[in-house]
Design a protein around this ligand. Structure first.
Ligand code: PLP
Length: 362
């Protein structure tokens, strides 16, 4: 209608014309009371804010945050980069290592959507090697792409399957791509997993990159703070591509408090509580014959295949219980992903699903 919209349409980059914005949980639904669709923490923790420095530009890489996370991850500060969420880490890797219209990344679906979206935004190609039926890596097929991709994304624990990739498989990929690609292991959910993750392998594998975040276990999705863990040489390249002030001062203050000894103690307790709630939710869902649990539960969510998936989803949304439809992803027909909420939310969810199937007479 307006001429400015038409001008914007005419001026916008060709590759953006067909691109859809990422359908984030928050964009899909804004109402509701039980937000079990974005793998956020149900807890909101308290922080203090010192406003005396808000008139100054913040450090590009705030030392308090970098030091605290280095201690937490058992690394040196040169092996770390802090950014606006792990999502910015993904974007920086793509921008710093992939030439537009020339290079590609490799992803293993079903997996996190932002790797492909970020690549497409920067006109970088996306090669796909689906996970096997048991959600392990199809290494043989991945190796076919050696020399043709710059970044290999492995999500472990994987969103949305909740499965982890075996250490030997990640090491095999690191070996195989050691002269041609960075292997990026996305550990956004590592705090919820049995496995420790691969930060301790960094010294051994110069092509290993790890993504971490404060958005999930640390209950800080709202501050947008994530970390990239890698060899100092890789971090130096990323620092060329990052914005001058990526981490606002209030974010740095809150992140430093979350990573303090007291903060870490609290997070540990909350993760233990969520893992216990996960076990209980799983038991309740397993009682329902109309649902089957898919994948594993190494993160703060459960993936289920549901009969009458769409009617169930609509029924829950109408009651303000938001979960996430994953049925469009490869291998995940009729699958819904449910984040672990607090006990009341989990109980409301189970009661609502139970009532739905009773009423349907299934
Ligand atoms: C949530 C999520 C992220 C994004 O984390 P932010 O730090 O909030 O940007 C990255 N990877 C996976 C697999 C996720 O599920």
């Amino acid at each position: 209608m307006s001429t400015s919209a038409t001008l914007a349409d005419r001026l916008q980059c060709r590759h953006l014309k067909t691109l859809q914005p990422y359908q984030s949980a928050r964009r899909l639904f804004s109402g509701g009371q039980d937000w079990l669709n974005a793998n956020e923490s149900p807890f909101s923790n308290d922080y203090a804010l010192d406003c005396t420095k808000l008139n100054r530009y913040p450090d590009c890489q705030p030392k308090r945050v970098i030091n605290a996370y280095a201690d937490y991850a058992g690394l040196n500060t040169e092996q770390l980069l802090v950014s606006r969420g792990a999502d910015e880490g993904i974007e920086l890797l793509i921008r710093a290592f992939c030439e537009p219209n020339q290079d590609s990344i490799l992803i293993c679906p079903p997996t996190y959507g932002m790797y492909a979206i970020s690549a497409e935004t920067f006109q970088v190609g996306v090669e796909r090697v689906p996970l096997k039926a048991d959600f392990s890596l199809d290494l043989e097929q991945m190796y076919q792409h050696n020399g043709k991709v710059k970044l290999v994304f492995i999500c472990s624990p994987n969103n949305p399957t909740g499965t982890t990739v075996a250490d030997q498989q990640i090491k095999a990929a690191l070996e195989h791509f050691k002269d041609s690609a960075l292997v990026v292991v996305d550990e956004a959910y590592i705090e919820f997993a049995e496995n420790q993750g691969c930060a301790s392998w960094l010294a051994e594998y110069p092509n290993l990159v790890i993504l971490r975040t404060l958005s999930k276990a640390f209950a800080l999705a709202g501050i947008r703070c994530g970390f990239t863990l890698a060899a100092p040489e890789v971090i130096q390249v990323l620092l060329k591509a990052i914005a001058p002030y990526p981490v606002p001062e209030p974010v740095a203050q809150i992140a430093a408090q979350a990573l303090s000894a007291d903060g870490l103690k609290q997070i540990k307790q909350q993760v233990q509580g969520l893992n216990k709630a996960r076990t209980e939710l799983l038991a309740a869902l397993r009682n329902l014959p109309q649902l089957s649990v898919v994948g594993d539960v190494q993160a703060n969510f459960v993936l289920v295949r549901a009969s009458q998936k769409q009617a169930l989803m609509d029924n829950l949304v109408a009651q303000g219980i938001l979960i996430r439809d994953q049925s469009k992803q490869m291998h995940l027909q009729d699958c819904l992903r449910i984040s672990i909420g607090n006990n009341e939310q989990n109980q409301r969810l189970v009661a609502a699903i139970t009532a739905f199937y009773q009423q349907e007479g299934q």
